[in-house]
Design a protein around this ligand. Structure first.
Ligand code: F6P
Length: 422
């Protein structure tokens, strides 16, 4: 946006407010401010309870995938916005298994009170993708519970599950309802969304831990190797590495070879010889296959004998835990609100599309499920194009201070566009 236009708009807020023209003041704040204001007004005051509106639907919500902070926030948003539109909302407890077992209960306005900021997943979440044998029971349960639409809030397995259901729509008519998937995974590996719900909270948790690890190591000359979660997606590792000032980051997108690890060990030795006290290596948990954290730490320890010691740890499940960050709460609200808009559009036109919601540089977007196959690396379970990989070269640019060291050819540190060069 042109700078002067932004300045003019910002100044106009005061002018409009002074003139009591609040609509214009809100407009001058920008589009998303107006949207969030409207959402907040709906969600903070219960709607007047009237007889079910004509055309009212039964909207069911469930989670599939690993736990991601912000799942509850997204559920609360779907419940309240759908109720405000006159629909009935149902919570499915325990993912597809729960649906098969009939664990479906109505979720009212009050039921989701406090869910906006609570960690965990009140509805429970499982990773299991339903099998063909379970489809009949799922279809029966959708019919028995008169479910008109499904919102699935979860990770990669949520996408795979819905993709499988879409492929079987001809055989199971009950699957011909609007199905919307909202991205929630700490791994940030979901198609069509630059960020998924939970990734920011997990990143905050990871950086919190790395900061403490660095403090603990400051008293000695030490290399610390720490694993982040993320499966095959390096988002958490790279961002946690950048935020904590790590000297090196290992990503599964650019897995280190044996030669790389040996070169890094030599580089580390030179760095400690030049009075370094701490060398932090952040690894994605899958980076390097058999060259795992223990192996890498052993190589560094062997090479560094006497000069520095080496410790290693997996940051572990604390990354999934805790209350969602402020950013994740807002993101969950925006994405879930778009899911409800999507349902409203489909109800109005009598459609029954399966779509997934995402965040990109233009705002909140929605894609047909057919697009998914073009967008993901199915083997690695991550998007083909990951915007944040372009930040990988910053690790060496900002962390390695030793100009005399001749850097080995580190493709994952030096490429300006690692995606194209992969
Ligand atoms: O997919 C989310 C995730 O947290 C991964 O980052 C991690 O590898 C995995 O789940 C841990 O799974 P679990 O909680 O079942 O141990």
């Amino acid at each position: 946006m042109p700078l002067m236009e932004a300045v003019r708009n910002t100044r106009a807020v005061k002018t409009y407010s002074d003139a009591l023209d609040f609509d214009k003041a809100v407009q001058a704040r920008g589009e998303s401010f107006g949207q969030m204001l409207a959402l907040n007004e709906i969600m903070s005051a219960p709607p007047k309870l009237e007889a079910a509106a004509p055309g009212a639907k039964r909207v069911a919500i469930m989670h599939v995938g690993g736990l991601a902070p912000g799942m509850n926030t997204a559920t609360r948003t779907v419940v309240r916005l759908a109720i405000a539109q006159g629909h009935t909302t149902l919570g499915i407890e325990g993912s597809f298994r729960g649906l098969i077992d009939g664990k479906v209960r109505e979720l009212g306005w009050e039921d989701v009170e406090g869910w906006g900021f609570s960690g965990g997943a009140e509805l429970g979440t499982r990773r299991t993708i339903p099998t063909i044998e379970q489809f009949y029971a799922i279809g029966r349960s959708l019919e028995n519970n008169e479910i008109d639409a499904l919102v699935v809030i979860g990770g990669y397995n949520a996408y795979l599950s819905v993709q499988a259901m879409v492929a079987e729509r001809d055989r199971y008519p009950a699957f011909n309802i609007p199905i919307i998937v909202v991205p929630a995974s700490i791994d940030n590996n979901l198609p069509g969304s630059e960020l998924s719900i939970g990734a920011d909270s997990a990143l905050n948790n990871a950086v919190w831990s790395l900061d403490r690890i660095k403090e603990s190591a400051a008293a000695s000359r030490r290399c610390f190797v720490a694993d982040t979660m993320g499966r095959h997606c390096g988002y958490l590792a790279l961002m946690a590495g950048l935020a904590s000032g790590a000297e090196m980051v290992y990503l599964d997108e650019f897995p280190p070879s044996l030669e790389d690890i040996a070169a890094h060990a030599r580089q580390m030795v030179r760095s400690f010889e030049n009075d370094r006290r701490l060398f932090l290596v952040v690894r994605n948990e899958e980076a390097g296959g058999n060259y795992d954290r223990e192996f890498v730490a052993d190589v560094f320890a062997q090479e560094g004998q006497g000069l520095f010691d080496v410790r290693h740890a997996a940051l572990g499940h604390l990354q999934q835990g805790g209350e969602p960050s402020a950013f994740d709460r807002v993101l969950a609200t925006r994405l879930a609100a778009r899911a409800v808009d999507e349902l409203a559009e489909q109800f109005a036109t009598d459609d029954s599309d399966a779509r997934f919601i995402g965040l990109d540089h233009t705002g909140i977007v929605s894609y047909p499920f057919d697009d998914m196959k073009h967008m993901v690396d199915t083997q690695k379970r991550r998007p083909k194009n990951q915007w944040w990989l372009a930040l990988a070269p910053l690790i060496s640019a900002v962390s390695l201070d030793d100009d005399s060291v001749e850097l080995p050819e580190l493709k994952y540190f030096t490429s300006t566009n690692p995606v194209d060069n992969a």
